[in-house]
Design a protein around this ligand. Structure first.
Ligand code: ZN
Ligand code: FE
Length: 257
């Protein structure tokens, strides 16, 4: 069995294009917003592209597809219900993606909220979650409702706790400042904040994180926690009716800081 190396290719100010490379040199990339850093990486590692996977239609995730397929005519997987130029393998919830060159298979999870068709790619031990979940945060609700995003995050929260979460942006430090405002007495958040600061000081990515760490420190996965509900109540001026309303109040607060 060939070993699989997974690493981020930085793009723009804070995007990560995740690359999966097997030892023979085949590489799949997730959310290539820009072709140039991917082509540089392929050249430097003497690799060849074998597949492109995208999670949603935003330009910082799909902008590199055209130039990449002009050079490597590979299959491009993406959500069926979003119009994305170049996607020729449209996917819906429950579909599987077989990447024969890498010897792996992903299950497609529909996780609407950030966009209405957003999907994530899951296989035991790893989830490529695009802009649905970030380190200590979650994506903005551009197209979906709080109830949709809450349900999508609940789906992710139900995966095995050791699942590595490959987010598409380096937002963890900023998100942790907000998480501390939501839960000032949460020691796990403070510890993560210190750990993240040292990672970033060394120039290292703060992701992937693990689901276990997110469950302890991500306010958007913690709507059921009494501390988070209390923070939502303080924002609303009354108790929230349910965890969805807690989530909505915290997300709305996050938009304002
Ligand atoms: Zn996005
Ligand atoms: Fe994005």
């Amino acid at each position: 069995m060939n070993s699989l190396d997974i690493f981020p290719i930085p793009a723009f100010a804070d995007n990560y294009i995740w690359a999966l490379r097997e030892s023979g040199g085949a590489v799949a990339v997730v959310d290539p917003g820009d072709a140039a850093p991917v082509l540089d990486c392929l050249a430097q590692t003497r690799s060849r592209l074998c597949a492109i996977l995208v999670t949603h239609h935003h330009p910082d995730h799909v902008g590199g597809i055209a130039d990449l397929i002009a050079r490597y005519p590979v299959p491009v997987y993406g959500p069926a219900i979003e119009a994305i130029a170049g996607v020729d393998r449209p996917l819906a919830d429950g579909d599987s993606v077989v990447l024969a060159d890498l010897g792996i298979e992903f299950e497609v999870l529909s996780v609407p909220g950030h966009t209405r068709g957003h999907i994530a790619y899951y296989r035991r031990g790893m989830l490529f979650c695009g802009d649905t979940l970030f380190g200590a945060g979650c994506g903005r609700l551009f197209e979906g409702t709080p109830a949709q995003m809450h349900a999508s995050l609940a789906r992710i929260a139900a995966l095995p706790r050791d699942t590595a979460l490959y987010c598409a942006h380096e937002y963890t430090q900023t998100n942790l400042r907000f998480a501390i405002a939501v839960e000032p007495d949460n020691a796990d958040i403070r510890r993560r904040s210190e750990d993240t600061a040292s990672l970033r000081a060394r120039g290292e990515a703060s992701v992937p994180s693990t689901l276990a760490l997110e469950l302890a420190t991500n306010p958007f996965l913690r709507s059921e926690a009494a501390t988070v509900a209390a923070a939502a109540q303080a924002r609303l001026g009354r108790p929230a009716a349910d965890p969805v309303e807690v989530f909505a109040a915290i997300r709305e607060w996050r938009n304002r800081v």
